[in-house]
Design a protein around this ligand. Structure first.
Ligand code: SF4
Length: 352
């Protein structure tokens, strides 16, 4: 399905929405006031390939640390703020986007001040609706449902639109997949703003990956979504790795290798698990779109190799290396991965 047309906004130098690539973001877990720890985590995320990073700003000391943090990273920085408009005013002087819910910032005058500060620096606001912290009146009327999340988003969007502010992105997160997906689908035709997708508090890596793949993946297939965050109780870098994989496997990015490999199968003639793991590890830096196949026996290997840019077809104790359907080498099993990597690198170099 075609990607839903949305307004393009900028978080620092990263475009979000419109025809911009779907970006991947994450959030530090340090106390933001601890500048060294926060920078260390931001650098890890940067190295892992994050496009945008968010930091929590619950206290004045966190807000006051933002300038130092911003000076030490080139990653676009989002400040996550609830309730306290003064923190938003300080953050807006420094960061590239603020995440607030206007409805919980207080009086109209306070929201006006925050909007004025964002307008002055030309930075967007992310409205971050969460099923766990809905406005009381909305929750009383709708319960903590997808409908309530949509109503909350519309309520908060209207606050900003009434102040003539439209540099907005929106997220609608719940901890279960179905509610999340329903909320995003309901809101999508009602507003033109880019969507930040995520299933919140999704658990440890195994379940978070599955929930996010189903939730974010379904929405991406619907053409919905402009930036994503995979929430994992675990290592920071995994959020980026899983996020990129979801975008790629949903067909919304062609960047890097698309690896076709056999499942467990009684006909496999080699240690395929080890071979594919090595291929994945040694090619993960490659951005050029490339189809490769690593197949365990001749049954489907030749057929798959015909559609692959570079392929291995294992046989008994040896195998073939194929480039765009042509056999370029027949080698002993232990030499196949090395030659395969060489052919991939050669192929990439020829594309550049
Ligand atoms: S190509 Fe061979 S090893 Fe791979 S799944 Fe098919 S039959 Fe099994």
């Amino acid at each position: 399905m075609e990607r839903y047309p949305t307004k393009k906004i900028y978080v620092g130098d990263v475009a979000v929405g419109g025809d911009a690539p779907i970006s991947v973001q994450s959030m530090t877990y340090s106390r933001t006031a601890d500048v060294e720890a926060t920078i260390e985590q931001i650098n890890r995320l940067h190295f892992a390939g994050a496009d945008i990073v968010r930091v929590a700003v619950p206290q004045m000391e966190d807000a006051l640390a933002l300038r130092q943090i911003k000076e030490r990273t080139s990653l676009p920085l989002v400040a996550d703020i609830h309730f306290n408009y003064r923190l938003a005013l300080i953050a807006a002087e420094v960061v590239d986007c603020i995440r607030i819910n206007p409805g919980n910032i207080g009086s109209k005058d306070r929201i006006k001040e925050v909007v004025r500060a964002c307008k002055e620096r030309n930075i967007p606001i992310r409205i971050g609706v969460n099923a766990g912290s809905l406005e009381k009146e909305i929750e009383a009327k709708y319960g903590a449902t997808a409908e309530a999340m949509v109503q909350s988003a519309l309520y908060n969007i209207k606050f900003l639109e009434d102040l003539d502010f439209t540099d907005i992105k929106v997220s609608l997160k719940a901890s279960d997949v179905e509610r999340t997906v329903r909320a995003y689908r309901q809101l999508r035709p009602l507003v033109p703003y880019p969507f930040h997708l995520g299933v919140t508090e999704a658990g440890t890596i195994f379940h978070a990956t599955i929930k996010s793949a189903i939730g974010i993946g379904s929405l991406l297939l619907d053409g919905i979504g402009d930036t994503i965050r995979v929430s994992i109780t675990g290592e920071l870098e995994k959020e980026i790795e899983v996020g990129r994989a979801i975008i790629k496997d949903a067909g919304r990015s062609e960047e890097g290798l698309n690896i076709i490999s056999c499942p467990t199968c009684g006909r496999i003639e080699a240690d395929l698990v080890k071979a594919v793991a090595e291929v994945e590890e040694r090619t993960k830096h490659i951005k050029t779109p490339l189809n490769v196949s690593v197949m365990g026996c001749v049954v489907n290997a030749i057929g798959e190799a015909k559609h692959a840019d570079v392929a291995i077809a294992y046989g008994k104790g040896s195998g073939l290396i194929m480039v765009q359907g042509e056999v370029v080498a027949k080698l002993p099993e232990e030499q196949l991965v090395e030659r395969f990597i060489q052919e991939v690198e050669k192929f990439v170099a020829n594309q550049e």
